[in-house]
Write a protein that binds this ligand. Structure first.
Ligand code: ADP
Length: 250
């Protein structure tokens, strides 16, 4: 009964957040159009604030929708062939601007023996990495964020990828390390409230990692920094064949 109740809750959340997205799209679209008009600086400022808030709300709705789908078992991963190196590098590149704005170094070190193609869900891998890297940037004021990807051979024709995101930020206390993967949970310190956020990102990331047959962990020391690390196991895919004429001449 408890499990059924929990599924109903997730189902309800999934439906509600889906229904909320439609009018939100209209709010965002119309605000964008209004911002293109000739308007006074004051009205522009009002509209820009509304637009920013709508964006934050939309991102939150997306997270609630993802989490409720994951929890109600209605979430499906894609299985396509992709290049894991370029997923990692593109993700890091997209977040480099924010890191540099804060004066942080964002480094990326991907092992040379990564397979050229694997089978899996590149968008969701990107989502996990984005969450960990943007947290690292968010909670670090001085120093660096390092993304490291290594791999080893898994069973059969699979590869086990290990991705680690290390920062020199505020760190997480031992007690909080146990809690941060739960939904709507943030580390207790008042500093965290200062940074905003929903507390959903790591819950989504750990669900996604579990769906990919892996696990996620954190090591951290308050005031020194944190290291989030996850492993996932993916089938190795054949590299794409070069386009060429058939050999037997037909
Ligand atoms: P959000 O970042 O939106 O609050 P998350 O689920 O991504 O939600 O993270 C939950 C909490 O874990 C954060 O609020 C923060 O307290 C803590 N946390 C996550 N990543 C880090 C990090 N790299 N350094 C310090 N604290 C972190």
């Amino acid at each position: 009964e408890a499990e059924q109740a929990n599924r109903s809750k997730s189902q309800f959340l999934a439906n509600v957040s889906h229904e909320l997205r439609t009018p939100m799209n209209a709010v965002i679209g119309m605000t964008d159009l209004a911002l293109e008009e000739e308007i006074s600086p004051t009205v522009r400022e009002y509209l820009q604030t509304a637009r920013d808030s709508a964006g934050v709300l939309m991102a939150l709705l997306d997270e609630i929708l993802d989490l409720s789908r994951l929890e109600s078992g209605r979430f499906e991963l894609e299985t396509v062939s992709f290049d894991p190196r370029s997923v990692v590098e593109q993700t890091v590149r997209a977040l480099a601007i924010r890191a540099h704005q804060k004066g942080l170094e964002l480094a990326c070190d991907v092992t040379a023996d990564l397979p050229a193609r694997v089978m899996g869900d590149p968008l969701r891998l990107r989502q996990i990495l984005t969450n960990l890297i943007s947290n690292a940037v968010k909670f670090t004021e001085i120093g660096e964020v390092v993304v490291e990807v290594t791999c080893e051979r898994g069973v059969g024709d699979t590869v086990i990828l290990t991705c680690a995101v290390r920062d020199t930020g505020i760190g997480i206390s031992r007690a909080d390390q146990k809690r941060v993967f739960a939904p709507f949970t943030q580390a207790a310190s008042s500093t965290t409230r200062l940074y905003g956020g929903s507390g959903l990102g790591l819950a989504i990331a750990s669900n996604l990692v579990a769906m990919m047959g892996g696990h996620i962990d954190v090591e951290s020391e308050l005031g020194k920094g944190s290291s989030f690390q996850f492993t996932i196991q993916l089938p190795i895919a054949a590299p794409p064949l070069p386009v060429s004429r058939s050999l037997d001449g037909r």
